[in-house]
Structures are given as structure tokens and as C-alpha cells.
Ligand binder design. Structure first.
Ligand SMILES: Nc1ncnc2c1ncn2[C@@H]1O[C@H](COP(=O)(O)OP(=O)(O)OP(=O)(O)O)[C@@H](O)[C@H]1O
Ligand SMILES: [Mg+2]
Length: 490
């Protein structure tokens, strides 16, 4: 994206901007109208408001010349700015301007909602929201700009509300509370956000907090606007009071061992040395915290689950698994949210969930004390995200996966997972695509594996494509799925 208005003005794709006040106003006006001509009067009005000097038009021309020079410095074609008797404009394609990309992504998210594809919708909404770097065109004082920027900020909030609605329907109340609390603080008049926070709180069993959020809002509306909350919010309040917002996921403590590991894959291939080494280090050398890093799709999660499953007998009381979202389009889980989810897996009911991080961590340590438990922390973002979650007992094993090498943890044995070796890669391809076909064309199979960079994810994709096309020959199959081009599921 060459131009950014969803935050401070940015041009050229990086952090660069335009510094002179008038130039900023002019460029911002042109970008707000991206593609269309802005009449000179409007620009004059935006720059000088009620008091334009007699030389305004000439000065405007100087601004545009300066902008063109700035464009050249940033390797943007100066003729991107169009001059016309009717006014000025910026020539952009839809992917040039962040606000355009935002609008299109939101459109796709809404279509996904309409088609009932909520997971997809949630991801698209999040991708759209992630384009924002701060209030639109922050720091440009012109009244015309402020008015238009505010409209953009409003759109962002509306999209946030739509996104939260989808995520609430997906049962993600617990993960949303922090973000919603912050947003309600910043935008106390948005009733829909407030209602969503009340819903999220009550659906994890925090009715008292949900009611407090309502009371605060009510006081705020009365003091600021002299009005009562709207009908919808009032009705929600009644439902929280009546306790009829059934608590999704309220449960009693499970009896017996807790198992939340995903099922290990049946066609786990290769990695025998790595497995043997990890198991030995854990069983004999007493490794308690094992870090596994490696590139996307290299098989970190698969390996961690495989090791965990193999060692499950040694940790019979609990086998926990959590995706910390370190590398997805969503925000990484905060330690506060992550520890709550882990406590929930251990059977701590929502109404017993402490409010703040410290109390949750204390409970986490108490719950784990004396348990022989193993915990997989998948997709860690940073050392700071996982450090608080590490139990101190010696009866627990923690396996952490991350695309980055986590530095700064006091404990933890690092291990970098490479791609498969050539033989393993071909073996996996054979398992997915069919052994006969691969053995019939050994050289072609080796070439496919090589083109996949021996990356398990890429090989699985190439193999699955072959498996679906029984008439393809391995040699001519389109296996070019380099990591650069494929979209990795996280
Ligand atoms: N040893 C293996 N044997 C068979 N399949 C494997 C193996 N390792 C990985 N795979 C397959 O490769 C794909 C990617 O693996 P996985 O999700 O574990 O990668 P990852 O490193 O965790 O990726 P990400 O960084 O995106 O989380 C999966 O489809 C998985 O089934
Ligand atoms: Mg993974």
C-alpha cells in the first residue's frame, strides 16, 4: 500500500510522510477522495478555512509542486498527482490506499457473514481492523479533514462491533473481554459495544461485572446527555438480572484426567532422531520446558502433539493444549486470557475465575501443584507471553512451539525444527498421494519434494492435489507450492 490514511498520513509504503502543514492537508484531501478530482475551492477551504488569502490558488500550486517533489524522493511517480482545470486528484489503484483495502476486506467479511461462514468472516474483519494504525489522519488539524476522518473512525468502530458480534457467536467471549473493556472506556457512548461487553461478561459468568458496566453507562448517559440508555441496552440489562443469558460453557469440575490435546495424526512421518532425542531429554535429563521453533508449516505443532501423546502416560492427571495465536491474523492471546483458558480446561468454573492476572496465575499454580500435567503452548508470540504461564513444579512438562526463537526465558531447552530430509519428504508424499504412484516415478517424486522445499505443509498440499487427480502424472503435476506463495494456515 503506497498511501495510508488509517492513522497518521503515510506515503511511499513505509513510515514516510509529508511534513509541511498545508501540503499535508492538500494530500490528505486528495487521498480522502481517492481517484476523483477535488475542486480547488474545496482545497482552499480545507487549508485556510474562512480566511483564504488572495494568493490562495497560487499557493496551492506551490503545495502541489512540493508534493510532487516529495513523491519523486519517495520513488512515487510525480504524475500520480493529477492537475486539471477542475481541480486536483491522486491517481491510485484500489490496493494503493489502506482505506480502500479496508473497505473491500469489510465487504468480503460481510459477505461471509451472510453466507454463514462465521470463522472466515471473523478473520476478515480482524484483517480489516489490523490495517488501522491510530485515528484516521491523526495530527492534521484542518476542520474539513477532521470531519471526514471522524467518519472513517466511526466506520472502524462499526466494523469492530460487527466483528465482535461474529466472535461472540463463535463462543469467544472470554477472549474479547479485555479488548471490549478498553473500547468501552474509549467510546463510552457506543451502546452496542457496551451491550457486547455485558454479554461477554455474563456469558463467562461475570454477571456482577456485566451489571456494573450497565450502571456506569447509565450514569454516563445521564450526566453527559441527560438521557436513559436505549431500549436494547435496557432489555439486555433485564436479561442479565434475570440470569437468562445462559452461561455458555459453564461446567462442573471434570472427573478423572483432563485431556485437551488434539488428536495426533495417523501418518506421522520421519523425525525419528528428533523424537528420540526429545523423549530422552525429557525422561532422562529432566527437561521440564521444551521450546520448538521453526518456520511456518515445518511441523512444530504436529511434533509437539506427537511427543505429548507419546508421553501422556507419564503425565496422567492433565494434558492441556492452547493456541496462543502468536502468528495468526488475530491478536496474540494475552497471558491473562491464556491462563483463564487453561484454568477453564482444568475445570475452574467461570464464576470462580479471578479478575486479574496475578490472582489467575496464583490459582493456576495452586491447581497444578501436585498434578502430573503436561501443557502444550502452541504458537507462542514472545517470551513475555509464555513466561508467566510456566508452572514451577517439577511434575509438569511444558512444550512450547513458536515460529520465532524465543529468547529471554529463564528456563527452557531450545530446539529448532528443520524441514524434513529428502527421504522423509518423499515418504510423506507417498503416504498422501499413494505409494504406487510415487514409486512408479521416483525421480519426479524427488523433484516434487524438492520443489516443496521438503516442507511438510507444502508436501501435504502437493500430495493432496495429486491424490485428487488420479490421471495426473507426478512428473507433470503442478507442485510449485513455495512457501512464498502458499497461504499457510496457522
Ligand atoms: N512429521 C510429519 N509427518 C506427517 N505430516 C506432517 C509432519 N509434520 C507436519 N506435517 C503436516 O504438515 C502440516 C503442517 O504441520 P504443522 O501444522 O505442525 O506445522 P507448524 O510448524 O506448526 O506450522 P505453523 O507455524 O503454521 O503453526 C500439517 O498438515 C501436518 O499434518
Ligand atoms: Mg503450528
Amino acid at each position: 500500500m503506497r498511501f495510508g490514511i488509517l492513522g497518521p498520513l503515510r506515503i511511499g509504503g513505509g513510515e514516510s510522510t509529508v511534513t509541511a502543514g498545508r501540503d499535508r492537508i492538500v494530500l490528505a484531501m486528495l487521498l480522502l477522495r481517492c481517484g476523483r478530482l477535488v475542486p480547488v475551492e474545496e482545497l482552499v477551504d480545507a487549508v485556510w478555512e474562512e480566511h483564504p488569502p488572495a494568493t490562495a490558488r497560487a499557493q496551492l500550486q506551490t503545495c502541489v509542486s512540493r508534493l510532487r517533489r516529495r513523491f519523486t524522493e519517495l520513488e512515487l511517480a510525480p504524475e500520480t498527482i493529477i492537475t486539471d482545470p477542475a481541480g486536483y486528484g491522486v491517481r491510485t489503484t484500489p490496493s494503493d490506499l489502506d482505506a480502500e483495502v479496508f473497505a473491500r476486506t469489510v465487504e468480503a467479511a460481510r459477505a461471509a457473514v451472510a453466507a454463514g461462514r462465521l470463522g472466515d468472516a471473523g478473520e476478515r474483519f480482524r484483517a480489516a481492523l489490523a490495517l488501522w494504525r491510530g485515528p484516521a489522519l491523526g495530527g492534521i488539524p484542518s476542520r474539513s479533514i477532521r470531519r471526514r476522518a471522524q467518519a472513517l473512525d466511526e466506520q472502524r468502530l462499526t466494523v469492530l462491533e460487527e466483528c465482535v458480534e461474529v466472535e461472540l457467536r463463535l463462543g469467544r467471549a472470554a477472549e474479547l473481554i479485555e479488548e471490549l473493556t478498553e473500547s468501552v472506556d474509549q467510546h463510552p457512548l457506543r451502546e452496542r459495544l457496551r451491550g457486547q461487553l455485558m454479554l461477554a461478561l455474563s456469558s463467562v459468568g461475570r454477571q456482577a461485572d456485566a451489571l456494573a458496566v450497565y450502571r456506569e453507562g447509565r450514569r454516563f448517559y445521564a450526566e453527559e446527555l441527560g438521557i436513559e440508555p436505549g431500549a436494547e441496552l435496557q432489555e439486555l440489562h433485564q436479561r442479565v438480572l434475570a440470569g437468562d443469558l445462559a452461561l455458555a460453557g459453564r461446567e462442573t469440575r471434570p472427573v478423572g484426567p483432563v485431556r485437551s490435546l488434539p488428536r495426533a495424526i495417523g501418518d506421522f512421518t520421519g523425525r525419528q532422531e528428533t523424537l528420540a532425542r526429545l523423549v530422552k531429554e525429557i525422561e532422562e535429563d529432566g527437561t521440564r520446558i521444551q521450546l520448538i521453533d521453526g518456520m511456518a508449516g515445518s511441523g512444530k505443532t504436529t511434533l509437539a502433539v506427537h511427543v505429548a501423546t507419546a508421553l501422556a502416560d507419564r503425565y496422567p492427571d492433565a494434558q492441556l493444549f492452547i493456541d496462543l495465536h502468536g502468528h495468526s491474523e488475530r491478536r496474540p492471546l494475552t497471558p491473562t486470557t491464556a491462563v483463564a483458558a487453561l484454568l477453564r480446561q482444568l475445570g475452574v468454573p467461570a464464576e470462580r475465575m479471578p479478575e486479574n492476572l496475578d490472582d489467575r496465575l496464583a490459582l493456576w499454580r495452586t491447581e497444578l501443584a501436585g498434578l502430573r500435567a503436561l501443557v502444550v503452548l502452541d504458537n507462542a508470540a514472545t517470551a513475555d507471553q509464555v513466561a508467566p504461564l510456566l508452572p514451577n513444579g517439577s511434575h509438569c512438562l511444558v512444550l512450547i512451539t513458536s515460529r520465532r526463537r524465543l529468547v529471554g526465558l529463564d528456563e527452557g531447552r531450545p530446539s529448532s525444527l528443520p524441514v524434513l530430509d529428502a527421504d522423509e519428504a518423499i515418504e510423506l508424499l507417498a503416504r498422501v498421494a499413494g505409494v504406487e504412484r510415487i514409486t512408479a516415478e521416483p525421480e519426479a517424486a524427488a523433484e516434487v519434494a524438492r520443489r516443496c522445499g521438503h516442507l511438510p505443509l507444502a508436501i501435504r498440499l502437493a500430495g493432496a492435489r495429486l491424490a485428487h487427480r488420479s490421471n495426473w502424472r507426478v512428473a507433470t503435476s503442478p507442485s510449485g507450492c513455495s512457501p512464498g506463495r502458499a497461504r499457510w494456515p496457522s
